[in-house]
Design a protein around this ligand. Structure first.
Ligand SMILES: Cc1cc2nc3c(=O)[nH]c(=O)nc-3n(C[C@H](O)[C@H](O)[C@H](O)COP(=O)(O)OP(=O)(O)OC[C@H]3O[C@@H](n4cnc5c(N)ncnc54)[C@H](O)[C@@H]3O)c2cc1C
Length: 318
């Protein structure tokens, strides 16, 4: 059983299949891919081995394809809530009460469940014109888009939407940005209208009930009304390990302590990826891949003591 369908969990699902194990992968998000899918599907990633550059969504697609021959059972939109040991395994309870019985659990919960920070004026507009993430760019073709926020994600969306939207405006409540200077420079070079020291104070619909315009109160410009069919509220997020905190593991700063086999303090429970901690840990996709392989190979031996820890070379299997 794998808890978390981010890059680490997906690679773990491939690896479990390669080791002849059957796997269920649960994730509270509706799509696989963890932080990559939710936060930066359109960004290029430059530090995954074997790819000089790979777009986030393409990396996730490749990971899903790689695991597919082993038919992992995806339980998406479901949260892992409870963990209990049985005589020879572990029961993981999902929201709704369903119990998944497994020989071992690999927790790849990343930074936990992430909840976007709310835009106060957007109360009631989520799904009616306001979004927190932009999973697909093309639905915004020809739209007027207002992006709210001053971090990397806000500027990412501005740059990604620029070629296809009718207009893109960035609104930020401070004068300075958290985003890297280079990315702010790119947005400015595109001629993006950037309104700082400003807050969205109202969102209004047209007669069909769709979002039509937003009202902004800006320090210098005063009241500004912008046409908008989409508001991207990119104000960051809070992350929370939630129920996993109560699974009797050694947890510090939202990270689970593991040994060199990726085993946690509880029998049959392993962790890998962003959520796993040990001295010298570096939280990267590449690290998560290696940790998933280590965890699954050790789980394979736990479940079958006759099995070898070293899996053999996949290149011999073709
Ligand atoms: C903007 C941005 C850019 C980045 N760029 C890079 C980069 O260029 N290179 C790089 O290596 N890394 C980058 N990272 C970091 C990288 O995305 C993470 O290291 C990676 O996503 C970790 O993968 P993971 O599978 O361990 O965890 P995550 O991707 O966080 O996935 C964990 C999954 O577990 C799920 N989950 C958590 N708790 C539960 C539960 N109780 N029940 C069910 N599901 C649960 C979550 O919903 C989530 O989908 C970036 C991160 C961000 C935010």
């Amino acid at each position: 059983m794998i808890v978390g369908a981010g890059p680490t969990g997906l690679f773990g699902a491939y690896y479990a299949g390669f080791r002849g194990l059957s796997t269920a992968v649960v994730d509270s998000l509706p799509e696989a891919g963890g932080q990559v899918t939710a936060m930066y599907p359109e960004k290029m990633i430059y530090d995954v081995g074997g790819f000089a550059a790979v777009r986030g969504r393409d990396l996730v697609k490749g990971l899903v394809e790689q695991a597919a021959p082993f038919e992992p059972a995806y339980l998406l939109g479901r949260k892992a809530e409870g963990l209990a040991h049985t005589e020879d395994g572990v029961d993981v309870t999902l929201d709704g009460g369903q119990v998944v019985r497994a020989g071992a659990v690999l927790i790849t919960a990343g930074i936990g469940e992430f909840t976007p920070r709310p835009l106060p004026a957007g109360d009631g507009w989520l799904g009616r014109g306001m979004v927190h993430f932009v999973p697909a760019l093309d639905v915004h073709a020809g739209q007027d888009v207002v992006v709210v926020g001053g971090g990397d994600s806000a500027f990412d969306w501005v740059i990604a939407l620029h070629p296809i939207a009718r207009s893109v405006t960035l609104v930020h409540r401070r004068a300075r940005f958290r985003a890297a200077e280079s990315i702010v420079g790119q947005a400015r070079a595109l001629g993006t209208r950037i309104i700082t020291d400003a807050e969205v104070i109202a969102m209004r619909d047209d007669e069909d009930g769709g979002l039509a315009e937003v009202e902004i109160e800006a320090k210098e410009e005063g009241t500004v009304v912008l046409p908008a069919q989409t508001v991207v509220a990119a104000l960051g997020f809070t992350a929370d390990l939630g129920p996993i905190e109560n699974w009797g593991l050694e947890i510090d700063h939202r990270s689970i302590a593991v040994d060199t086999t990726m085993a946690t303090a509880r029998e049959r429970v392993y962790a890998a990826g962003d959520v796993a901690a040990y001295p010298g840990k570096v939280k990267l996709i590449a690290t998560g891949f290696g940790e998933a392989a280590t965890a699954v190979n050790n789980i394979a031996v736990l479940l079958d003591p006759q099995a070898h820890l070293f899996p053999g070379h996949s290149s011999n299997d073709g």
